[in-house]
Design a protein around this ligand. Structure first.
Ligand SMILES: [Zn+2]
Length: 208
């Protein structure tokens, strides 16, 4: 696992109130302890290998669905949406849409990526998300901020930043390191929607 991917996990753990030590990209004792505390807090079905290291399985929900797919989304917000707010405040607003407006018990996504390429955790990965109607068990949902007015056939760079490009690839790599992902797709492959506003299969083939 790359240092960048571990740093991402460290900042995610810190944002959730755990103490992984400095964000140094090293999977040391403090980071491991914080990861284990996070697992305990979430009532994890998976074992301690959920966080980095090895080809672990992550299971979701009481039925223990093995994680096998990542679906990419966008928030369908404009590039300057809540521009003066922090990323945490932006995520809180999306959570409010999902909880208050849609009646879900939490934000639908597992990971969110800001315009500047920061990462925040939504739902823990061992909890079934809400991203694609009828297609959530065993799926990790990742959401890019932006994408308002996009079309399914647009290119990544039409709506998202180069920082988001780098971070999304890191996030996908990181998830791939700790799960057995067999497919990475876009929401638009499952519904007549633009989301995430580009063709994920095409983007995956592009040079980094
Ligand atoms: Zn979507």
């Amino acid at each position: 696992m790359s240092k960048a991917a571990i740093s991402m996990i460290q900042s995610g753990l810190r944002d959730l109130g755990f103490a992984p030590g400095p964000t140094d990209g090293l999977y040391g004792a403090k980071t491991r302890a914080a990861a284990l505390a996070w697992l305990d807090a979430g009532g994890a079905q998976a074992d301690a290998s959920l966080m980095p290291m090895g080809s672990a399985m992550i299971y979701q929900g009481s039925q223990k669905y093995p994680v096998h797919e990542i679906v990419v989304h966008c928030s369908a917000t404009r590039p300057d949406w809540m521009k003066s707010a922090s990323f945490a405040e932006q995520v809180a607003e999306i959570r409010r849409w999902h909880v208050q407006d849609r009646g879900w018990n939490d934000i639908g996504y597992h990971w969110l990526i800001s315009r500047s390429g920061q990462v925040l955790m939504g739902r823990p990965e061992n909890v079934i998300g809400a991203g694609v109607a009828g297609h959530n068990s065993g799926v990790i949902h990742v959401c890019l901020l932006g994408g308002a007015g996009s079309a399914e056939t647009d290119h990544f760079s039409d709506h998202f930043t180069s920082s988001q490009n780098i971070t999304l690839r890191q996030v996908l790599d990181g998830i791939g390191m700790r799960t057995q992902i067999r497919r990475i797709s876009g929401h638009n492959e499952y519904a007549a929607k633009a989301c995430p506003g580009f063709t994920v299969s095409q983007w995956l083939k592009e040079a980094h």
